[in-house]
Design a protein around this ligand. Sequence first.
Ligand SMILES: Cc1cc2nc3c(=O)[nH]c(=O)nc-3n(C[C@H](O)[C@H](O)[C@H](O)COP(=O)(O)OP(=O)(O)OC[C@H]3O[C@@H](n4cnc5c(N)ncnc54)[C@H](O)[C@@H]3O)c2cc1C
Ligand code: SF4
Length: 256
Amino acid sequence: MYRCAETTDIEVWKRASSGGTIRTIANELLIKKLVTKVIMTRSRGCDTETLVVDTVSEILPATWYSYNESLVPTALSQFSASEHLMIVALPCQARTIREVAPNVLIISPVCFQTLNPVDIRRVLRRLGIDVEKVESVQRVHDDVLVNLQDVVRIVPFRVFWNHFKYNQHSNHFCRSCKDHFGSAADISVFDNRHRSNIICVRTSRGALVLEQVRAALKLKRSVSGIVTILWKLVTHKALHLASGLSVIVRNDRRLA
Ligand SMILES: Cc1cc2nc3c(=O)[nH]c(=O)nc-3n(C[C@H](O)[C@H](O)[C@H](O)COP(=O)(O)OP(=O)(O)OC[C@H]3O[C@@H](n4cnc5c(N)ncnc54)[C@H](O)[C@@H]3O)c2cc1C
Ligand code: SF4
């Protein structure tokens, strides 16, 4: 089941990367005591770290493009009979967690690549940012917010993203990834033009969760949303092919 989704709370929306759907689901489930903890990823410096949340907050983390190495070990360490967990995990992380915990609630942001940390630092330097002073970085709608020790630098997302070529600046494991849409998740969450989300409910557990949080989300059926998903799939497959061809051409040149 696909739906367009967006939080009803403007303060939450203002801090979100797209429509604020993930943080709204997290907060609503904590308010209703349907989960005891939410395991998320936040930016730290130019990298990421795991955040274990047990109280409602407007200041939950927004999207950042480093791969969070500590998410899976932290999630696994939190399993116990007394904890009801919601885990926000990328599709590859979700598959690992699902193997160990078939019944845990998993929400996956759709993911076509995470960026190589060396390249992230290189691009931030190129934008005139002292990476040693970076405390955290987040994408909020159309901007990348770089929190430095004493000031926030705002870089238009388009400017930041223009420095990266698909598959060439990603982590190596992303180049063979076939599961961008979160096959092991209960709900997968797409970005919809940096303003709202498209959600795909994959399991009956996901459908129950959506019923519980429905009042906090603006939900609507959307044909244009499904067209957007198909478009993302086609463009990313085309980019994948193009980057593969460019590698072949470069290798051929090297051989010649
Ligand atoms: C690395 C990455 C790549 C993405 N690529 C695409 C794409 O190509 N196409 C697309 O449609 N959508 C993509 N998304 C999803 C999209 O950017 C939004 O994260 C998603 O739509 C949720 O939006 P939101 O407003 O509900 O997020 P928010 O309410 O702002 O919440 C963001 C959530 O993402 C989690 N998160 C943040 N950074 C990471 C990270 N590095 N790893 C794991 N979880 C993280 C946080 O825990 C938080 O719960 C990507 C997300 C990530 C993290
Ligand atoms: S592209 Fe695939 S392998 Fe890479 S971080 Fe995203 S889900 Fe994981």
